[in-house]
Design a protein around this ligand. Structure first.
Ligand code: ZN
Length: 151
């Protein structure tokens, strides 16, 4: 990191603040003692999503976010929690070290995360992403979920 004043690279970090998507660092130049701030943004993974019809599109955090947001509608979940879900889905995707992911696989990541956070949102998302052929399949999933729960 170069000092914007004297252009030397001897700077030190005074303070870091991590705000989920942006990390803010307060820096000081060791030569001229000029103080400045830098921002680091967490970049979403660059990959293609292969849709069911075989078409591919660029992965979009916004799009995934909208799907999750819809599933979470009127649920007691904060925006920060939704961001955390997105972060952890992206983390899973990054771990695959792939440039392509099927929409089904991405849906499965979302489903497993939602299941941990909110059961109603989980079922809503499931109904969209697994495209249930009939209402009875949806009912079965709902029953399975109820059985898992200790009474
Ligand atoms: Zn300097």
């Amino acid at each position: 990191m170069f000092c914007p004043e004297c252009k030397k690279s001897d700077t030190r970090v005074l303070d870091s603040r991590d705000d989920t998507r942006v990390i803010r660092r307060r820096r000081e130049c060791l030569r001229c003692h000029y103080r400045f701030t830098t921002y680091e943004r967490v970049e979403s993974p660059r990959l293609k999503v292969i849709k069911r019809n075989g078409e591919s599109e660029d992965y979009s955090r916004d799009k995934l976010s909208k799907g999750i947001f819809l599933a979470m509608e009127k649920r007691p979940v904060s925006q920060a929690q939704i961001e955390a879900i997105l972060d952890s889905i992206e983390h899973e995707i990054t771990r695959l070290k792939t440039k392509f992911i099927s929409s089904k696989q991405m849906g499965n990541f979302a489903i497993s995360k939602l299941k941990e956070v909110d059961e109603v949102a989980y079922l809503r998302f499931l109904s969209v992403y697994k495209s249930f052929g009939s209402a009875s399949k949806f009912q079965k999933e709902a029953e399975k979920l109820t059985k898992d729960k200790p009474i």
